[in-house]
Design a protein around this ligand. Structure first.
Ligand code: NAD
Length: 430
């Protein structure tokens, strides 16, 4: 994934709400726990990671100097299987962020019923300041420093902000060299030639589109009469917008970091280049109207898909958000307080842990392919992803229908119940 010029949160955070990933993840957990009969002790345990590994990563720069970076791997919970989650290269990576994001991964894997728990890690570094050779040396050394805590049966990293399939290839190679055996299952998101899965890169966007389609149907609407605005035409937003367009929706606005393009009659999304294809081309596209990212968030559309960064729907702008429904493509785009306002107004918010979970789901397919040493076709990946997404959607929808919960609470209840049941069945040792 290309590094965005900003952090994973918008710059316009309000000051009145604690928006760190960890504080939001803990508050969401507490709120959902109230709807389940999961043991209080288990809930308390889930507020903390199992393990946090912090390492120093020395790097020989191209000019011969030596620089030392800090790397992390947070492992939240593995009751249902190995830890799973991204590795980020970003200056603001720290222990707390990794822990919060690893918690989200635990819920995401559980809501999808994947046999994984949550992990997240990274190195506090700006990858744009590194040459390709420096990125490779940093990755190999980081892999070596955390080698003891990762592995196909232990913890399986993946690309995240500032890292990409090539980073995963270097990581896998470094790990395999030390193990003395080629071990593709140690990471996912690799290039297909060394055990990566077809369809991995567009999977989170595809799942956003599938879940949007199901949500529209749930509210007795027709996709062909649905208008959609997508913030962030990148790895997640572009495939989501293009699929919805292909399935008949009218995508009226898309944006990149520089701004948005808008056509009330609908954009030809295949004609708009995605951020990772040519940065800046979204806002450079010749559309009838241009908007700011803030204006895009306020458009009167049926579905708003924030798919760029976290914390973009906040108490500062939620009153002006006019969409009939929000489907979260990015991780954590809606703050806890803004979420409550949307709930009060009856605006459904389909949460990130369900909507963009296609990424980790196809990572699971990749892990299966690596273990079995047999690659799946793209058609099979699409079919199995569709089926996994529909199963997860049905499980969450049942909670919404039976217990009158918000979509976010329902998704957390599904996840937490599965984790709680696994914990009580396994028991506490000793
Ligand atoms: P990306 O870098 O490919 O695309 C991000 C897009 O958002 C780009 O168009 C960029 O120009 C735009 N953008 C960046 N900063 C912005 C800002 N402040 N305001 C408006 N637009 C901005 O990133 P991505 O992989 O598509 O990830 C987007 C979000 O989805 C992140 O929250 C990420 O954590 C989440 N996510 C990604 C994956 C994945 O596998 N790629 C999976 C699940 C969730």
């Amino acid at each position: 994934m290309p590094t965005s010029p900003t952090t994973d949160t918008a710059d316009d955070d309000t000051n009145d709400e604690p928006n760190s990933a960890l504080s939001t993840a803990r508050r969401q957990l507490e709120r959902a726990a109230a709807h389940t009969d999961v043991d209080e002790g288990v809930v308390e345990r889930l507020k903390h990671p199992t393990k946090l590994t912090q390492v120093s990563v020395p790097l020989r720069r191209d000019d011969g100097s030596l620089e030392v970076f800090t790397g992390y791997r947070a492992q939240h919970d593995d009751v249902r299987g190995p830890y799973k989650g991204g590795l980020r290269y970003h200056p603001e990576v720290d222990a707390e962020e990794c822990i919060g994001l690893s918690m989200w991964m635990t819920w995401k894997c559980a809501v999808m019923d994947l046999p994984f728990g949550g992990g997240k890690g990274g190195v506090a570094v700006d990858p744009r300041t590194l040459s390709s050779g420096e990125r490779e040396r940093l990755t190999r050394r980081f892999a070596e420093e955390i080698r003891d805590v990762v592995g196909p049966k232990q913890d399986v990293p993946a690309p995240d902000m500032g890292t990409d399939p090539q980073t995963m290839a270097w990581f896998m190679d470094a790990y395999s060299m030390q193990r003395g055996e080629t071990t593709p299952g140690v990471v996912t998101g690799k290039p297909p030639v060394i055990g990566g899965s077809h369809g991995r890169e567009e999977a989170p966007g595809r799942s956003v589109a599938i879940i949007t389609r199901e949500a529209i149907d749930y509210y007795d609407r027709d996709l062909s009469e649905t208008t959609v605005a997508v913030q962030g035409f990148g790895s997640v937003g572009a495939p989501a917008a293009r699929l919805l367009d292909e399935w008949g929706a009218t995508v009226v606005a898309v944006s990149d970091v520089n701004g948005a393009i808008y056509d009330p009659k609908g954009l030809d999304t295949n004609d708009v280049e995605a951020h990772d294809e040519r940065p800046g081309m979204v806002s450079g596209y010749d559309a009838p109207q241009t908007l700011t990212n803030a204006e895009l968030l306020e458009l009167d559309v049926d579905v708003l898909i924030p798919a760029a960064v976290g914390n973009v729907v906040t108490t500062a702008n939620v009153a002006d958000v006019s969409a009939g429904m929000v489907v979260e493509g990015a991780n954590g785009p809606t703050t806890f307080a803004a979420d409550a306002v949307l709930e009060e107004r009856g605006v459904p918010v389909i949460p990130d842990i369900l909507a963009n979970a296609g990424g980790v789901t196809v990572s699971y397919f990749e892990w299966l392919q690596d273990i079995n040493r047999r690659q799946w076709s793209l058609e099979r990946v699409h079919e199995e992803l569709e089926s996994e997404m529909l199963d997860a959607w049905d499980a969450v929808r049942r909670e919404v229908d039976d217990r009158d919960l918000t979509w976010r609470d329902a998704a957390y209840v599904v996840a937490l119940s599965r984790i709680g049941e696994a914990k009580s069945t396994r028991g506490l040792w000793p």
